[in-house]
Design a binder for this molecule. Structure first.
Ligand SMILES: C[S@@+](CC[C@H](N)C(=O)[O-])C[C@H]1O[C@@H](n2cnc3c(N)ncnc32)[C@H](O)[C@@H]1O
Length: 874
């Protein structure tokens, strides 16, 4: 129990150490007895107590505190104990008859109610008495206990979990009615000590001397422990599954859980694996070991691994073993691995290497197998998913079927034929019944239909590799789109912000889309095209009615509902009886109509109310066509020719060359509406982006002109075609693919100032409450003034009385009848104030005693209440 060790040891100055110091106990171990007594209550009723191995006297202090006054307390230890009131102490070895005689002399014919023993052999110091091990010391203390204990008395002893533990417990249970082992909270977890409380001493007339003879008590187990084999298995870190629980307890004299070893032992030792398994840390203490730390082979990993062996995995142990091997080679302890075959002396090392190699080879093999299996499964799953999606596109599978194993035994027969994509595509194409979801795939089919050569080509059994690739790419894109939609659905479910954002963008779309009934007719048509099911059947019905246009319409349908929108416009023009030259000029004017309509718009125009408006629509369309024709008459001959050129080639309509003069046509009324709405917003809330403020400031300071702004509007981001691009791509682009407008410091400062002003404004509720308070105060004041006037007018009061009365009334009116709160002084219950009863010194007036704990608890309570409220609100 060296003093230096106690103060410098890691973690020794814990809360019990501090508490012991604070409460005046000589040792932190005092709390162990306090906690044991709290559990078993043996001190309060005891009149006589013997404490064996009592220095420095912590337990004696506790005994003196908890035992009744006038009780006898005797303490013995090898070292003298400083005097403690009401306690008699001796310096003696408890294993000697001298000690026994001293106690006998002190107690006379009294018997002890409690015998305590907290002894531990003074390991590591130069005590002659080290000969006895802990277990033997316990047995010696038991010997004294049985001699001095009264019947029914209590014996409390410290024991260490060791091979002798069970034997000791057995002996205790022979002599006591109740034997319980417990570890009080103040006993450190890293310590293997445990306390055994033996109650209800049986006080047998004759005690077999063998019970108290170490040779007999500890005899049996000594031979039964085969330490080498047991440790080998336990410590083999490379076969952790073979680990056994260590039921034999701790080795004698080794009562700590945290064990360290030196790097030299690890490098030079014969059994490095056992070292890795049984120690916590490898230390580099000597000069030589420190030099190893600077070697190249001692990587950061190796150093880290040496710090805590208990947290390492197989790989880390392997790293350490490899490092050991290399270091041994460097030190000349081993011959390089390649030479091992020739050197007979290094058989042992060779085996080690073999074992490591085997482990690494095995690991590699397993890894390779696992990754190959995972790859196979991934590929298989991808194929199945692609197939299913394609089947869905062919309307052969319901969405619910996705994920169902198509190689189901029940479907096995003939399944390949039924779901053969190539065959199906061929068949479908010839019948013009395919409703592709994918635009690209559609174009492939289109060209095949239009081209007679293509028709011959598809008679071939196998599609060419290009087509196959296209089809695959199409399938994958559809799959990607599907996954993206699913991801958006999930996001929608989870994230309220996302829903709000989406709703906003939908509203914007609706605003944009709304371009009058004529537009809607087109979009209506478009939606019909893009949908199957009910919409298609409705169209078919309409088609049946109008037999004259049947062929043309079916042609259109055959070419797919999802054909690019501008191409549909062309078809609409084709249907009309306009001369081709003039027809082409409509392309510009019809451009805005290519916007897809929203589900809400479609739903609105699917109402019965609009069902009879076909004619009106046509009429309106015709009217617009005529208007456009008139407009189109005016442009120059050159542009006419250009248009004609374009009209010859259907696909050419996708890109419409535009003259600068055409800019006027680009203005859309919907855009104008939007601009007006934006301007209204700006008027209401001001500019709220740094870019907008920067531009505004530049315009005001004449650093930019209107023309500059217009010119800036034409950039790589402005005129982008979005046709045929998947929605996930467009969504992503809308976030990042935009012009980077510079912002100035001034603009940001202005916005911040605006935000600060907004923040400084009280919220509505607070403002209302403040106003209410003000109003009530004014009302009170008015009332008080009226009363004061009344007082002033009374005649049966002197002027002095009146003044006093009025002053009272006015004060009441101002304060609202509330008495001013008296100030309460808070006195912290610590230091001199701790445990004080009555008024603390130097405190006048009202006061409250508070202690840091109460403050903490109150704070915690408030915090909890707040959290609960929040949760409820959520
Ligand atoms: C952990 S300390 C006891 C602390 C004590 N319970 C307290 O609260 O202050 C263990 C003590 O056992 C004592 N000891 C060890 N072997 C002894 C022996 N053979 N006879 C008497 N005391 C012994 C040591 O001198 C040491 O002071």
């Amino acid at each position: 129990m060296g003093k230096a060790q106690k103060k410098t040891g890691k973690g020794r100055l814990d809360k019990y150490y501090k508490l012991a110091k604070e409460q005046g106990y000589r040792a932190r171990s005092a709390f162990k007895l306090i906690q044991l007594n709290k559990k078993y209550n043996f001190l309060e009723s005891a009149r006589c107590c013997i404490d064996l191995c009592a220095a420095p006297g912590g337990w004696l202090q506790v005994a003196s505190k908890y035992m009744p006054t006038n009780s006898v307390i005797v303490g013995v230890d090898l070292v003298p104990i400083k005097p403690i009131p009401r306690v008699v102490t001796f310096a003696a070895d408890i294993t000697t008859p001298h000690c026994r005689n001293l106690i006998r002399g002190e107690l006379k014919d009294w018997k002890a109610d409690v015998v305590l023993h907290d002894g531990a052999p003074n390991v590591g110091t130069a005590w002659i008495q080290d000969a006895y091990s802990q277990s033997e010391l316990v047995l010696m203390s038991l010997k004294l206990a049985v001699e001095f204990l009264v019947k029914g008395g209590t014996f409390v002893t410290k024991v260490f979990r060791s091979v002798d533990y069970n034997n000791l417990i057995w002996v205790f249970s022979q002599l006591f009615g109740k034997v319980e082992a417990t570890k009080p909270p103040s006993s450190r977890n890293v310590s293997a000590e445990i306390f055994v409380v033996c109650r209800d001493f049986l006080s047998p007339k004759h005690i077999d001397p063998k019970f108290l003879d170490p040779k007999h008590v500890f005899k049996e187990l000594a031979s039964s422990v085969d330490k080498t084999t047991g440790n080998d298995v336990q410590a083999n870190v490379f076969h952790p599954e073979k680990k056994r629980r260590q039921r034999d307890g701790y080795a004698d004299g080794d009562y700590t859980l945290f064990k360290t070893t030196t790097a030299t032992d690890f490098i030079h030792g014969d059994d490095p694996i056992a070292i890795l398994g049984s120690f916590n840390k490898i230390l580099f203490t000597t000069e030589e070991e420190k030099n190893w730390l600077f070697m190249d082979i001692t990587t950061l990993d190796v150093k880290e691994n040496c710090q805590d062996l208990k947290v390492l995995g197989k790989g880390d142990f392997k790293t350490l073993m490899k490092w050991r091997l290399k270091l041994r080679e460097e030190l000349g302890l081993d011959v390089k691995t390649k030479d091992t075959e020739e050197v007979t002396e290094t058989v042992e090392i060779e085996e080690e290497v073999d074992e490591e190699q085997q482990i690494s080879e095995e690991l590699e093999r397993l890894n390779a197998e696992a990754s190959a299996r995972a790859k196979r499964e991934r590929r298989k799953a991808n194929e199945i998913r692609t197939k299913t999606i394609q089947r869905m596109q062919l309307q052969m599978t319901a969405p619910l079927d996705i994920g169902l194993e198509q190689s189901d035994a029940a479907l096995g027969v003939g399944q390949d034929d039924v779901f053969d994509l190539v065959e199906t595509e061929k068949g479908m194409n010839t019948r013009n019944q395919v409703h592709w979801l994918d635009d690209e795939a559609l174009e492939v089919t289109d060209s095949e239909n239009d081209d007679s050569e293509g028709a011959e080509e598809i008679d071939e059994d196998v599609l060419s590799s290009d087509e196959e690739r296209d089809r695959r790419v199409g399938g994958l894109e559809a799959e990607l789109d599907g996954l993206y939609d699913a991801y958006k659905d999930r996001l929608r479910e989870r994230d309220a912000k996302f829903r709000a954002k989406e709703e906003r963008s939908k509203n914007k779309e609706r605003e944009k889309e709304w371009g009058g009934i004529q537009n809607e007719k087109d979009s209506d048509e478009e939606s019909t095209d893009s949908e199957g099911g009910w919409d298609v059947s409705q169209r078919n019905k309409a088609r049946d009615d109008d037999s004259s246009s049947e062929d043309e319409t079916s042609d259109e349908e055959g070419e797919g509902g999802n054909i690019a929108t501008n191409r549909k416009r062309i078809r609409i023009l084709k249907d009309s009886t306009l001369p081709s030259a003039k027809r082409q000029r409509l392309v510009n004017t019809l451009e805005p109509l290519s916007k897809p309509s929203s589900a809400a718009t479609r739903l609105w125009f699917s109402q019965d109310l609009f069902s009879g408006l076909d004619g009106a629509d046509n009429f309106q369309e015709d009217e617009e066509v005529e208007e456009n024709m008139d407009e189109a008459d005016s442009p120059s001959e050159e542009s006419d020719n250009e248009m004609e050129e374009v009209s010859d080639e259907e696909d050419g309509f996708e890109v419409v060359p535009q003259n600068q003069d055409d800019d006027v046509d680009m203005w859309d009324t919907a855009d104008q509406d939007q601009d007006a709405a934006k301007q209204e917003k700006v008027r209401q809330f001001g500019l709220n982006t740094a870019e907008a403020v920067t531009l505004a400031q530049m315009l005001v300071n004449r650093q930019k002109s209107k023309t500059d702004l217009i010119n800036d509007g034409f950039n790589r981001y402005s005129l982008n075609s979005k046709d045929g691009l998947p929605s996930w791509f467009l969504d992503d682009e809308s976030k990042h693919y935009k012009a980077n407008i510079p912002v100035t410091k001034e603009a940001i400062a202005a916005l911040r100032a605006k935000q600060r002003a907004l923040d400084a404004r009280p919220i509505k509720k607070v403002a209302e409450a403040k106003a209410r308070k003000k109003l009530k105060a004014a009302q009170r004041l008015e009332k008080a003034m009226k009363k004061a006037e009344g007082v002033n007018e009374t005649t049966d009061m002197t002027e002095r009385e009146k003044a006093k009365q009025i002053e009272k009334l006015m004060q009441k009116g101002l304060s609202g009848g509330k008495k001013a709160k008296k100030e309460v002084k808070l006195v912290v219950a610590k230091g001199a104030h701790k445990g004080i009863k009555g008024r603390p010194k130097g405190v006048k007036g009202r006061y409250t005693m508070v202690d840091a704990r109460m403050k903490k608890e109150l704070k915690a309570k408030k915090r909890k209440e707040k959290q609960q409220k929040k949760r409820k609100r959520a």
